[in-house]
Design a protein around this ligand. Structure first.
Ligand code: UTP
Length: 293
């Protein structure tokens, strides 16, 4: 097995209940930060990291995701006729090579671990990435690219890690580490959603992973974990028990939890302010309301 990573799994089969009623008919991953859906940010990050094979684990009601990456001949013709070449250029971001994108159904939302396991037949004996599109990371060098570069040196399994306030650890997978060197953390155990006061650290796992195929084997026999769901964290921890390495990677960049309303709104402001054409109006508006907050 080489340490080269060219395949990524995008688990997008969750119910997105925190955004109901919107997610009754709009997949969470199609929700828009400024003018691009969350999934576009995830795909761009994967491409920057050298990913060429994209696997979406979807569920009922996610048709808009498939359409988003299809051609839109009528729209393109209309834009061409109207001479809107800039818009045609924008649409190119959504073009995928034929055959580069595969869709697998997760029939029941049994958890993130189960969603990843659903893609097992499309993963050979090479390591693969997992990207959760609702974790959006603003970074000079895209987060997965940072991780892929580190992974080429160290192999094993790797999870993105960041410090969170101690009172928030019960919402995350949490790392127990034995040592750290630069951005790399040597993980000796990991716990999904530890009860208050039982977290081994405040180093949380966030939605970027590079995993060895052995994790898929672990998932085959994995029972339900925290929240009654089949947890990816538990399957990675099982690799530790088998003597395989797990590294945390302290990425550089700012992560937004776009799976929560507050995180999504913060990301909207941050990504809006980062756009030169919006910066002026938006910052003026924020300054005008700031004294009243
Ligand atoms: P979340 O924990 O955010 O769950 O899943 P969710 O269903 O998307 O949203 P809420 O909590 O109900 O609001 C994290 C990631 O794992 C995927 C989700 O699509 C999201 O990308 N997931 C989760 C699955 O693909 N299948 C599952 O069974 C659970």
């Amino acid at each position: 097995m080489s340490n080269k990573v060219t395949t990524a799994i995008f688990p997008v089969a969750g119910l997105g209940t925190r955004f109901l009623p919107a997610t009754k008919s709009v997949p969470k991953e199609i929700m828009t930060l400024v003018d691009r859906p969350l999934i576009q940010y995830a795909i761009d990050e994967a491409r920057a990291a050298g990913i060429t094979e994209f696997i979406f684990v979807t569920s009922r009601g996610k048709g808009a995701l498939e359409d988003y990456f299809d051609l839109a001949p009528n729209l393109e013709e209309e834009l061409r006729m109207k001479g809107k070449t800039d818009m045609l250029e924008v649409l190119k971001q959504t073009n995928m090579d034929s055959g580069a994108l595969a869709y697998i159904r997760q029939h029941k939302a049994l958890g993130l671990g189960h969603a990843v396991w659903c893609a097992r037949r499309l993963i050979g004996d090479q390591p693969f990435a997992v990207i959760l599109p609702d974790d959006v990371i603003a970074a000079d060098k895209p987060c997965l690219q940072q991780m892929v570069e580190a992974y080429e040196e160290c192999g094993g399994n790797m999870v993105a890690a960041m410090e969170v306030p101690p009172e928030k650890t019960s919402s995350y997978g949490v790392l127990d580490i034995s040592s750290e060197e630069g951005n790399l953390l040597n993980v000796k155990n990991m716990v999904e959603k530890p009860a208050a006061g039982e977290a081994p650290s405040n180093l949380a796992v966030i939605g970027r992973y590079i995993l060895a195929p052995s994790v898929l084997k672990n998932l085959s026999s994995m029972g339900k974990g925290a929240g009654g769901e089949i947890q990816l964290t538990d399957a990675i921890a099982a690799d530790l028990e088998k003597g395989r390495k797990v590294f945390g990677y302290r990425f550089e960049g700012q992560r937004f939890d776009c799976g929560s309303k507050s995180g999504f709104l913060q990301a909207t402001v941050a990504f809006g302010l980062a756009r030169p054409e919006l910066q002026g109006d938006l910052s003026e508006y924020i300054k005008s309301i700031a004294p009243t907050l």
